[in-house]
Ligand binder design. Structure first.
Ligand SMILES: [Cu+2]
Length: 154
């Protein structure tokens, strides 16, 4: 008398599992497991005598907690810094950004006049179409290496 579940009920359960499976399989772009997505990563093509490059990107935080970007690293450069451009008494300045917060379920755009990655001291020629791997270090022990494409903005 214990196992008297009708067969149709068991079939119903299997069917809902199947539907769940297909729903998850068909989702073409699920949020990344880290909860963080970085898109449109690029570096401005430097003029011939430039001593520094600026990198830009878009960060999206799919998680329910803030994510802080703490540091950037790249081989082939003497120094890589997270910078923020500020306007102080009409003077444009750049200062080191220690902790850049991407809010929960929010996003942050690195762009000209705001946050950027400053790449300084390089020996090789860097031209449009090159890809520069930059490792981004976040506060939750998360590290992501992103290939930044060198290009001239439209
Ligand atoms: Cu800078």
């Amino acid at each position: 008398m214990l196992n008297d579940k009708p067969a149709s009920c068991i079939f119903g359960y299997s069917l809902s599992f199947l539907i769940l499976f297909f729903l998850s399989a068909c989702n073409s772009s699920p949020p990344p497991s880290s909860g963080l997505e970085i898109t449109n990563a690029w570096v401005r093509t430097p003029p011939p005598s430039a001593g520094a490059l600026a990198g830009f990107m878009h960060l999206k935080n799919y998680s329910d907690t803030p994510i802080a970007l703490l540091q950037a690293k790249a081989d082939g450069f003497n120094q890589v810094m997270l910078h923020q451009s500020i306007n102080e008494n009409g003077q444009h300045k750049m200062e080191h950004a220690e902790r850049i917060i991407i809010p929960p379920q929010g996003s942050l755009q690195f762009q000209h006049g705001s946050y950027h990655i400053m790449l300084m001291g390089f020996q090789t020629t860097i031209k449009s179409g090159d890809k520069i791997p930059i490792t981004l270090i976040f506060d939750n022990k998360l590290e992501k290496t992103v290939h930044f494409i060198v290009k001239t903005p439209d």
